[in-house]
Design a protein around this ligand. Sequence first.
Ligand code: CA
Length: 229
Amino acid sequence: MSAQPSVLVVEDEASQREVLVYNLEAEGYVVQQATSGDVALDLAREDGPDLILLDWMLPEVSGIEVCRRLKAAAETRGIPVIMISARAEEVDRVRGLETGADDYVVKPYSVVELMARIRTQLRRVRPASVGERLEFDDVAVDTAEHRVFRDGQELHLGPTEFRLLTTFMERPGRVWSRDQLLDRVWGRDIYVDSRTVDVHVGRLRKALRSATGKDDPIRTVRGAGYALG
Ligand code: CA
């Protein structure tokens, strides 16, 4: 997890992989790579990417089998998978096999179209990252314009508090540990003390209260972290 949406590219052919990585990085995504199904499954479990681009033809474990295992495991089931295959007939077969893939692309694919399909999938799992408007109760976030409102009144948040709020609002009810918030909001390569999370959550909560005088919708989950609602 990271502040930018992360994409795991699973493709054994170096040239194909490089094209994908190049284009994804150009779009601002954090990209991870795997050249085999086993490595892909490990990375998906450990790092929880926001989306997986999965080639059908892989050595040993096929893309279809990888997809099936991803969709069978509770911890990876929710990650959107876009399958890439060499021929249109294969797409029909993938569909027929009910692997659970969320979308399919045939080689040679249009990069523009692939990027659009990626955004469509991310709109579901990372709505703030594609400029969607988020609403929860009386709080609204215009992620395209970076504006936050409570009860119609605009709040002025610092950049860290803004990212914290969009993270919470993308997944209402989800309990976030301090480490998960550090990865998502600050990025995993930056060293920040976990108490820093408490400081910024405190500021966010205060800003949410100050707008209306009402209680804020974020709650502390003892021993676990924080959640919205
Ligand atoms: Ca391949």
